[in-house]
Design a protein around this ligand. Structure first.
Ligand code: ADP
Ligand code: SF4
Length: 592
């Protein structure tokens, strides 16, 4: 089966010479393999006449075409196709009774399309995109007997109601007016307003307007609003963004409780969270913007290990060149260089908030993971080290120059990604090690012509990380680089940060809440404790394991290692391993 997809955003017929049409061999032989639209000038590609030579893909100056060959057995599994050369979706995840079903895979591969189909918002056309009267009977007949088919029978009978926690909670302030109380009261179909707002720790925010909330507060409010609805299926699209690990663990408990009586589907890129939260996981793979394929559900452990390994044996498909590997701490060989900055007994007061620190130092080539609850002064401290904030007590050896990627990147550039890169870091991104290790590794090379305003959250994050790493500085501070990135992009970003520091003998602080990300990126750990908004204390940097043990003790969670992939896994509370590890103080085990 041949798939020809036109990326509408990239295609700019006014700015090219119709290369696709001019060079297509079947067209040159008189066949109507590509027809240019009378009105728009954009190509319509016939998949049956296309010979798959790929010439149009290479000739198009705007990288607007995708031609792929897919296994023919998929043909009968097509669920939806938007248009002749539009995105298409194969197979669906199954909302299962009394389970949390996870979806693992990049964005742009049809997760929203699948959710829209499962919620009855679009009637899947099974690939017949011209059929505007597609009906549920066709969909039901096309599915084998089983849970998914039964589910669609209920969708047809309008017996299924759904609620969705949207992906981008940071867009809510632009769309919703009023206070948190107003918003939540309106959706309280289960009469659980008080219980849920307390459980989510937002009962003190009720009189605030949506515009006054931080990212983490917006996230908890949006999750609360979804939980208050009385529906059959609950979808949570990226529930963990902006939440610290305490909050993530709390959400895990709440969603699991919900699944005891309801169907729940979760899209999540923090693999430690996905792992502990879900009963079953569907991997989704394909080509961004062109097609997406859902695999049958696997057990969560199997799905994550398979995903990290990068090869789907049942489908015989490689989804990544190389496996993602977790190192034992002792495997880390990087030699740390001389001290870049050291400090002791720092104290800093900012309004009602006080920060204090122990004694510590950072070396050349060292990547320091920075962990701890939201609002305990993580970025404040690093800005003190860089001389950007003064301090009230203690000492710092010198002020090192700093390159900073904030949590929320506000850019107001009316131009392309290329222009953004040029204006921030000059031409250095175009070649050499930086181009290979950062620009290409983060997929920024594929975004160059795209307008900055049209970037998705993940794309914007990738470019921001590249810009931060591309500036000249002694210290690099990255605040939540994993936010909005999919699991694969997170691992690539972690590697890009490490490589840049090793190659240039620089040092980085990386603030993040994703334990897998922190594990891969960090040589050492700076651990914050305290109470958000009131006081924070920074200890360390410690060696990774020692730091994790301290940090996780505070969170009250233990991790073991998966015996195959060596990835960290959260233990079930009060399980045998959990109790053993607690007793021996081994919260972040490298041996179990
Ligand atoms: P995900 O939720 O995994 O990010 P989506 O289901 O939103 O993926 O989208 C997959 C692809 O489908 C997108 O790249 C987009 O090009 C295409 N798409 C989504 N909605 C429409 C639509 N209404 N019309 C045409 N194409 C669409
Ligand atoms: Fe024509 Fe298909 Fe070759 Fe493109 S890949 S030039 S559409 S034959």
């Amino acid at each position: 089966m041949r798939v020809a997809v036109l990326k509408e955003d990239n295609c700019q017929p006014k700015k090219c010479n119709d290369e696709c049409h001019a060079f297509c061999p079947p067209v040159r032989n008189g066949q109507e393999c590509i027809i240019l639209d009378d009105k728009t000038g954009k190509p319509h590609i016939s998949e049956s006449l296309c010979i798959g030579c790929g010439i149009c893909v290479n000739k198009c100056p705007h990288d607007a075409l995708i031609i792929e060959q897919l296994p023919s057995e998929l043909e009968t599994d097509m669920i939806h196709r938007y248009s002749m050369n539009g995105f298409r979706l194969f197979r669906l995840p199954t909302p299962s009774k009394e389970s949390v079903v996870g979806i693992l895979g990049p964005n742009g591969m049809g997760k929203s399309t699948a959710i829209n189909a499962l919620s009855g918002r679009i009637v899947p056309n099974l690939g017949d995109w011209m059929d505007k009267d597609a009906d549920w009977d066709g969909v039901i007949e096309s599915l084998p007997r089983g849970e998914l088919r039964d589910f669609f029978v209920a969708v047809k009978a309008e017996k299924i109601r759904v609620a969705l926690k949207p992906q981008n909670v940071d867009r809510l302030p632009k769309r919703v007016q009023g206070t948190v109380r107003d918003l939540l009261t309106k959706v309280d179909e289960r009469n659980m307003f008080q219980e849920m707002t307390e459980k989510l720790g937002i009962d003190h925010l009720l009189e605030r307007t949506i515009q006054q909330l931080s990212g983490g507060e917006l996230q908890r409010m949006a999750i609360c609003a979804t939980l208050l609805r009385d529906v059959d299926v609950y979808f949570f699209d990226e529930p963990s963004s902006y939440l610290d690990i305490h909050e993530r663990m709390r959400i895990v408990g709440i969603i699991q409780e919900l699944s005891e009586t309801k169907r729940v589907i979760v899209i999540e890129h923090d693999l430690a969270v996905l792992d502990v939260l879900c009963d079953l996981v569907h991997i989704v793979y394909g080509k961004k913007g062109a097609f997406g394929i859902f695999t049958p559900a696997r057990t969560t452990r199997q799905a994550i290990n398979t995903y990290l390994d990068g090869f789907l044996p049942e489908q015989n498909v490689r989804i990544r060149d190389k496996p993602i590997k977790f190192l034992n701490h002792s495997d880390r060989v990087a030699e740390l260089g001389s001290k870049v900055v050291s400090w002791g007994g720092l104290g800093k007061k900012l309004g009602d908030f006080t920060l204090s620190t122990g004694e510590g130092a950072v070396h050349r080539s060292e990547v320091v993971g920075v962990v701890g609850p939201n609002g305990t002064g993580k970025s404040t401290m690093i800005k003190v080290l860089a001389g950007e904030h003064d301090y009230d007590e203690g000492w710092v050896t010198s002020s090192a120059s700093i390159s900073y990627k904030p949590q929320h990147v506000d850019v107001d550039i009316d131009g392309s990604v290329q222009l953004w890169l040029d204006s921030e870091i000059g031409p250095r991104w175009r070649a050499g090690e930086f181009n290979v290790n950062v620009i290409r590794a983060l997929g920024v090379d594929e975004l160059l012509p795209k307008r900055v305003k049209k970037l998705s959250g993940g794309e914007r994050q990738a470019v921001s990380i590249a810009i931060c790493l591309g500036r000249e500085a002694d210290l690099y501070l990255l605040d939540e680089p994993s936010a909005h990135l999919d699991a694969n992009a997170r691992m690539e970003a972690a590697k890009a940060i490490r490589r840049t520091m090793e190659a240039n003998e620089k040092s980085a602080f990386v603030i993040d809440h994703d334990v897998y990300f922190i594990d891969i990126v960090s040589d050492s750990l700076l651990v914050f404790e305290g109470e958000g908004g009131s006081h924070g204390k920074a200890e360390g940097p410690f060696k990774l394991q020692e730091g994790m043990n301290r940090f996780l003790k505070g969170v009250n969670v233990t991790f073991r290692r998966d015996h195959d992939s060596k990835r960290p896994r959260i233990n079930k509370a009060a399980s045998r391993k959990d109790r053993e590890q607690r007793t021996s103080g081994d919260f972040y085990s490298f041996n179990h």
